[in-house]
Write a protein that binds this ligand. Structure first.
Ligand code: GLN
Length: 337
């Protein structure tokens, strides 16, 4: 990890992170938490956590980092990784593209030239990725997904929240519709209920912001979990996974995100965001209020500010004084980073 931040400076950085977290704590409070079931706890919308994990294993947290939430669309990143491993890059690309769609996450649109969904970060492509995961039946596929997610997070207790899964299966017309259209076009094969259940089970795996930061850090660390040393995905696929996060991870706001934040990331409708800064760290943000794209309002605002404050934008010139008070992407670490 970078040695740019001197030991004495680390406390200052931690303080800045706390301040950023506090500054955005009341931002967007009035935002509708549109995706949550009516019986969700009333205080749900107030949760706000920011956690980071450096590839050297150092961790930092601000706010609600141990509140569990379903991964929802953030799961698409990790299931795509498994699809790549199970099928290879070429066969996977034949079935799901890597082009931003510019459409909302659940839109029923396809890349008609290549006869496939645009990318695996929107529902159509994620359903194809679920279809590509190897396994005899749903149970085996979900077990394999869970095993991987546990390796990414280093948390052996990750599980599918069956209540959330059932809720999702009940209000699922759009995903079913997508699957029927795709099967009629030859883009998916086999049993539709199985595809949808595999996909929604991955969406229903619950994590905390702290878990999510480790999952991001595992990608930042070339696919090996920096805390446990376990490999979660083959190194050769990490580039493909992180690239598609950069171009497509924030739905139809991906362009603006790339411009303003400039960190590969993926959001989900529970208000979660995972960010991956290759070779440095991952962070996880959780705050349920959503904007029109389905991205966390406070999460996006906080990430924009984090990127500027610490100079994290992957394309920013370190000499540009607008971006960052330090020359390299750094966040606090033990004993000099
Ligand atoms: N489970 C959700 C769905 O498929 C995930 C959507 C999302 O996070 N954007 O509808």
């Amino acid at each position: 990890m970078s040695d740019v931040v001197a030991v004495g400076e680390q406390e200052l950085v931690r303080k800045q992170l706390d301040e950023l977290h506090a500054r955005f704590g009341s931002f967007g409070e009035d935002q509708v938490v549109s995706y949550y079931p009516e019986d969700a706890p009333d205080d749900q919308r107030h949760f706000f956590g920011l956690a980071g994990t450096n590839i050297d294993g150092t961790q930092w947290q601000a706010g609600d980092c141990s509140v569990p939430f379903p991964l929802h669309s953030v799961s698409k990143v990790f299931t795509y990784g498994l699809a790549l491993e199970d099928n290879g890059a070429e066969a996977t690309l034949a079935r799901v593209g890597v082009e931003p769609s510019g459409d909302p996450f659940n839109s029923i649109t396809f890349d008609e030239v290549h006869h496939r969904p645009y990318n695996p970060m929107i529902n159509a492509g994620a359903l194809v990725a679920a279809n590509l995961v190897a396994g005899r039946d749903v149970d085996e596929k979900v077990d394999r997904i869970l095993e991987r997610y546990r390796a990414y997070s280093g948390n052996p207790n990750l599980a599918v929240d069956q209540r959330i899964l059932r809720q999702q299966l009940r209000s699922n017309d759009r995903n079913l519709g997508l699957c029927y259209v795709m099967r009629s076009l030859g883009m998916i094969t086999g049993d539709i209920d199985e595809v949808v259940e595999t996909y929604l089970s991955a969406c229903s795996i619950t994590v905390t912001a702290a878990d999510l930061s480790v999952m991001g850090a595992t990608l930042a660390n070339g696919g090996r979990n920096p805390l446990t040393g376990e490999r979660a995905v083959a190194r050769e696929y990490v580039r493909d996974i992180v690239s598609v996060m950069m171009t497509c991870g924030m739905y139809d706001a991906a362009g603006q995100w790339a411009n303003e934040v400039g960190i590969p990331a993926k959001s989900g409708v529970s208000g979660d965001i995972v960010c991956v800064l290759p070779r440095y760290f991952g962070f996880g943000v959780y705050s349920p209020g959503l904007d029109v794209h389905g991205n966390s309002v406070r999460g996006v605002a906080l990430c924009r500010e984090l990127s500027e404050t610490f100079g994290l934008h992957v394309f920013a010139d370190p000499a540009d004084s607008r971006f960052g008070r330090v020359a390299q992407p750094t966040l606090p670490g033990d004993g000099g980073g």
